[in-house]
Ligand binder design. Structure first.
Ligand code: KIV
Length: 282
């Protein structure tokens, strides 16, 4: 069954396992690497949950789900709907949810209102926000009020219009020093983890060495305290991806082949066959 009942419906099966918590994950600094993947739907959350420490409801759903050109148009409503689905579909991973562009930058109070809404409406245990030193007061404000925050530094996709693209960051000495300072500021403000995206490797190693919380790399370094990838990228759903994506499957090929097979059987009337039809009672 796919959409209407049972294990695949998105309702989590009752599990004896307790969800991982912020203190437990924070304590993994320097230990076994943290495993994080993005998820946007209940079913994908169900499949990824047993293998992950954290599921991230990323605002990358802009491109992956909605075919938008960037994460800039994403709204709180979109994040809340997908966040609730991912929480419903998972039982053991900590679910963190991205704060969308425009929902937190104006002031710490705006950030609190948006984060509290996301947590209330989804059940997610943490939020992630992009930015370095300038966002440190906001990270502190949220953390001191009971909202666990994951920082996101380096390549920050919500700033694509300022950055001019999605190229790796930190190629100049000044930019590298700024990214390290960003990481240190966010960590000192209370972030319990920091995503480091798309930076030249020595920067990720330096931030990881300098901060007390775990770093989670994406296009960063294997020496980070964990790794994250977009689930659909890792599954091979897209033909063009960033250099840092490793494909562990070829879902786009498999889906095309399955759709081709289905189309051929429909056109030849081979489907539906007797095994997929209801017969009157004898
Ligand atoms: O939105 C997202 O998917 C992310 C990850 C790439 C870290 O922020």
């Amino acid at each position: 069954m796919s959409t209407t009942s049972g294990i695949d419906s998105g309702a989590p099966a009752s599990s004896p396992k307790k969800r991982l918590t912020v203190p437990t994950l924070r304590a993994r600094k320097g230990g076994e690497p943290l495993v994080m993947l993005t998820a946007y739907s209940a079913r994908m959350a169900q499949l990824l949950d047993p293998h992950c420490d954290m599921l991230l409801v990323g605002d990358s759903l802009a491109q992956v789900i909605y075919g938008l050109p960037s994460t800039v148009p994403v709204t709180l409503e979109m994040m809340a709907a997908h966040g609730a689905a991912v929480v419903r579909g998972s039982t053991q991973a900590l679910v963190a949810i991205d704060m969308p562009f425009g929902s937190y930058e104006a002031s710490p109070a705006q950030a609190f209102d948006s984060a509290a809404r996301l947590m209330k409406e989804t059940g997610a245990a943490a939020v992630k926000l992009e930015g370095g030193e300038a966002m440190a007061p906001t990270v502190r404000f949220l953390t001191e009020r009971g909202i666990p925050v994951i920082g996101h530094i380096g390549l920050t996709p919500q700033a694509v219009n300022l950055l001019g693209g999605y190229g790796a960051r930190g190629r100049s000495e000044a930019e590298a020093a700024k990214i390290v300072a960003d990481g240190v500021a966010i960590a000192e403000a209370g972030a319990f983890a920091i995503v480091i995206e798309g930076v030249v490797e020595p920067i990720a190693i330096e931030v990881t060495r300098r901060v007390a919380c775990p770093t989670i790399g994406i296009g960063a370094s294997s020496q980070c305290d964990g790794q994250v990838l977009v689930g659909e990228d890792m599954l091979g759903l897209f033909d063009r991806t960033a250099r840092f994506v490793k494909r562990y499957e070829d879902l786009s090929g498999r889906i095309s082949a399955a759709a081709e097979g289905y189309a051929a059987e429909v056109r030849s009337r081979a489907f539906p066959d007797a095994g997929h039809l209801y017969r009157p009672k004898a």
